[in-house]
Design a protein around this ligand. Sequence first.
Ligand code: RIB
Ligand code: CA
Length: 304
Amino acid sequence: MAQKVILDVDTGGDDAVAILLAGHHPALELVAVTVTHGNAPLSVTLDNTLRVIAAGQLGHVPVYSGALTALVNPPPPMNSDQRAILPLPATDLQPQTERAVDFLIRYYMGPLGPDTVYAPIGPLTNLALALRIEPRLATRIPRLVTMGGAYLEGNTTPSAEFNILADPEAAHIVYSAGIPITMIGLEVTAQAYVSLDNVAKIGQIGSPWAIVAASLMERDVRWFINHRHVERGQIYDACAIATVIDPALTRTKPMHVGIELRGELTRGRTVADISGHHALPVNVDVGVAIDRMRFLEIIRAGLS
Ligand code: RIB
Ligand code: CA
């Protein structure tokens, strides 16, 4: 039976690929998509999400609009590339009238909640708000598989990954709630690198959604080539969805992870007890390695 999953997105290009993969891979049933601020203001991430849903022929999947901004501080500045509307046709599709937070509470407190993985691949504001309203959600969500954080590096500051830095207080609420968490951080996404050649092969699959995914992946990979001066890119969020599809894809290590809220240089850091020597309670299965060839195979299979 397909694994039910709800995605929480701040749709830029990599979220889009994640949505297409979750919506089309036979091992998953994409129940709904909730949207948050992040890569761009909510108005843009919501519009991008609806465009992806339409272009990917996933109009049966309901989309719920969520948090406009972070819980406490304004998120870090977004660069102009990230702010852009995705180059996909405009759509008449509309979000549901129910808000994302109300939907999450209604859904997870209902009968299907414990069967449904939640996969947040943007800032964690929506789930944090829901947990503050309904703390019992922590016992209803069977697992969170989230793209965010890192145990060593940062991509927005030397210490912090974007999704966590965009709302550290929300991340603190979520990471300390007691929900089983699989954290797909930057050390994992960097291993699952994607080349232009890999992207071309995905485009050759020829399905409408593979063609859309390949065009967005090419855009992301070219961003890495032009801005990071490397020959390959990262499709960050797809790594989390591929891990929901095949949990054995990613090797994890149980660790205590706290969220740094105050540090002048370190705000937004996922502080991981890597050695395990500090007698702190384990709260996260931290991704440490991913099988890159299998990852590419999962993307190809999902978009076929
Ligand atoms: O740091 C990478 C993450 O930030 C990805 O989820 C990307 O979509 C952005 O939200
Ligand atoms: Ca994202």
